[in-house]
Design a protein. Structure first.
Length: 317
């Protein structure tokens, strides 16, 4: 957790005037997300830090992963093989009129659905067990448009995309590479995906066995710079976006969820919090500015310094 204490030491050998403006950051690594519970297919709110799930609606529709864009919640429907928009108050879905595989699109087997600030994305293999391709999905019509090949082979249903509303980064986790078993360990492999070309860049692999409390990320959400995952059968944890390492954070009596997505649907806007009065300093003056964030989220501070424009030493404004 980032420190809430910011300390700056300022040395002056001339006259300065200093001012500080504090602003509240947009929503950081908020651990409350929308979630679709496996089994019941119901929509609810999930606290990833505690594993507590609060049901919003008992409406049961089969989804496969979630994404957010334009202030709306979407899912990839298993029943219809199409895009679904989900009412976050009732859990009732609205089905897109176009199937992913309609009009000989060549979409193939769904192998991930997610979002970034640039839109909705789906991963699919033209044939089961074949090379996967990235598609953009039109949020209004549900029509998929081919972007490009990842160059990665992954079986259908064994890989998942991240959902984000505050980042243009898209992550893809591929489970259990072919030829591995419980006796010698399984492998989850994390990639970053170029949403312009579809190219996959390997980040790292995480090996585990059947008794590990990590492994098998079933759905992922990327918020506040942190990649969270539903670690199937165990609970919820984070995945290191530098090396792919997984860390269990919480457990749940309902460990499996079809999809998780950012809450709220749009990140909190930056707001002005306050300012500090001007200070004046003369030569050989040293002071320490200690800024304390008393809010619940991360914050940033901006210090502005102004000097004497006629200062012969060149230390002007």
């Amino acid at each position: 957790m980032p420190s809430k204490l910011i300390k700056m030491i300022f040395f002056a050998s001339f006259v300065w005037i200093a001012g500080v403006i504090l602003t509240q950051d947009a929503l950081g690594a908020d651990t409350v997300v929308y979630a679709i519970q496996a089994g019941t297919g119901s929509l609810g709110m999930l606290d990833l830090n505690t594993g507590v799930f609060t049901q919003i609606s008992a409406a049961a529709v089969s989804y496969n992963e979630l994404g957010v864009y334009g202030g709306a919640l979407y899912g990839a429907g298993l029943q219809c093989g199409c895009l679904i928009q989900i009412n976050t108050s009732t859990g009732v879905p609205t089905f897109a009129p176009t199937y992913f595989q309609q009009n000989a699109s060549g979409f193939g087997v769904l192998n991930g659905f997610g979002s970034t600030t640039d839109g909705l994305f789906a991963m699919a293999a033209a044939v089961p067990g074949g090379v996967n391709y990235l598609w953009s999905v039109n949020p209004a019509t549900g029509v998929p448009t081919l972007i490009g090949s990842t160059g990665v082979v992954a079986g259908g249903g064994s890989a998942f995309l991240s959902a984000s509303n505050d980042s243009s980064r898209l992550y893809w986790e591929v489970q259990n590479l072919p030829g591995e078993s419980q006796s010698n360990g399984y492998t989850d492999t994390l990639y970053s995906i170029n949403t312009s070309t579809g190219a996959a860049t390997l980040i790292g692999a995480w090996t585990f066995n059947g008794y590990s409390n990590t492994g098998n990320p079933f759905s992922m959400v990327f918020v506040g710079g942190t990649l969270w995952a539903n670690l199937y059968g165990s609970g919820f944890g984070t995945i290191n976006t530098s090396n792919g390492a997984q860390t269990l954070v919480s457990t749940s009596v309902f460990p499996a969820f079809f999809g998780i997505a950012p809450y709220p649907l749009e990140p909190t806007k930056t707001t002005f919090v306050g300012s500090m009065g001007h200070l004046a300093a003369e030569e050989n003056w040293t002071t320490t500015f200690t800024l304390v964030n008393k809010g619940g989220g991360a914050a940033q501070a901006t210090l502005n310094f102004f000097g004497d424009a006629s200062d012969p030493t060149g230390n002007g404004p």
